[in-house]
Design a protein around this ligand. Sequence first.
Ligand SMILES: Nc1ncnc2c1ncn2[C@@H]1O[C@H](COP(=O)(O)OP(=O)(O)OP(=O)(O)O)[C@@H](O)[C@H]1O
Ligand SMILES: [Mg+2]
Length: 381
Amino acid sequence: MDKHNILVIDSDMATQIWLGNLLTSHGYQMDGVQNGKEGLEKLSTYSDGSIEIPALVIIDLELVDLTGEEVINIYRNNPTLGEIPIIVFSKRQDLLEISRLFQMGISDYVTKKPGIENELLGKISSSMLRAQTGDAMNKKGKLISFFSAKGGNGTSTICLNLAHCLAENVSPKKVLVVDLVLPIGSIAIMTGTQHENSIANMTAEVKPHDTHKLKSFLLPVENWSVSILPGSESVKESQKLEPSRIVPILNSLLRAFDYVFVDLGKTLSTISQSVMNFSELIAVVVSPDLLTAELTQIAVGHLNQIAIDRENIFLIMNRAVGLAGLTKLEMEEKIGLKIQRTVPYARENFTLTTNKHMPYISQFKNDGISIELQNLAEMLE
Ligand SMILES: Nc1ncnc2c1ncn2[C@@H]1O[C@H](COP(=O)(O)OP(=O)(O)OP(=O)(O)O)[C@@H](O)[C@H]1O
Ligand SMILES: [Mg+2]
């Protein structure tokens, strides 16, 4: 079999030498260039057919001339290269930047640090395998994150129940709910699921490309058509969380699920922002009160500042607190975004179903709330 050729774009000579030794000793051929401009010149030689396209590209973000992002963008948009896997190998660890790179379609991200050889080699072979089996970027589920600017608005209730309604509509039912509310999540408690592991120790113990091991952390739930990745159960547990692995792990999970819903709760932490940045849609749950309206307006303003488009924000009004409050129009004017749908006040019924660990639609099949949840699920499909 021909040796796989890997193009390395990196301005650091020591990295070039290190990678050259590592790759050739593992049966790869390496072609190295030391700046972005040369990386782009390579691209034109691939495009005109004078040189064979490499099997994979490894690129640093800090090049002497262009930024790594610029080069990746040009590579990603070049039709000749198709879905050639790109691995970013950089010492930068900015969560927002990493999520933006995954959004652009990189295959994986590896932090430059000592002892990283095996992780890098693992990611190289899994990225190449996915590319060969046509499973690179095209077979991916939809990531929807759920956020509220204020606590207690029913974010977890809506996230979980919508995921279940959606799973009931799609076949096979491959919907995952990830609990990323820190330090203590509630999805496992709401579904009555006993668990030893959580997203916190998962990020600490599992490499993002190890799909098999990642899947062992996901749990099926009785009476619900979704799988869950439980949140952390204690402050101590939450401290194990490895933030830089969250987006890469979600990226891997999206290959195994049609939909991944992430409950982010009410924090606009760097972690939640990186997940939002990587999401196709951000469902923002609001209740009709002035405090929620004001806080949501500030949060949406911030999301715009970190380059999240208003079109990707999906406002859901949930009348969790009763009938009184602001009107839909007043809320829309205050927030500056259209409310897509309203979930009516369910009195004690949501609490009753949650106390039984059951999906709302299984208990109150045809009431206004179930119908609205089903309408909403269809909109998210
Ligand atoms: N439409 C509704 N009608 C009546 N009660 C509701 C409605 N939506 C949610 N609730 C109730 O509101 C309470 C808060 O819901 P939930 O825990 O989902 O909110 P949350 O936004 O996730 O809160 P937290 O900020 O603590 O994570 C629960 O008791 C839930 O049953
Ligand atoms: Mg919650």
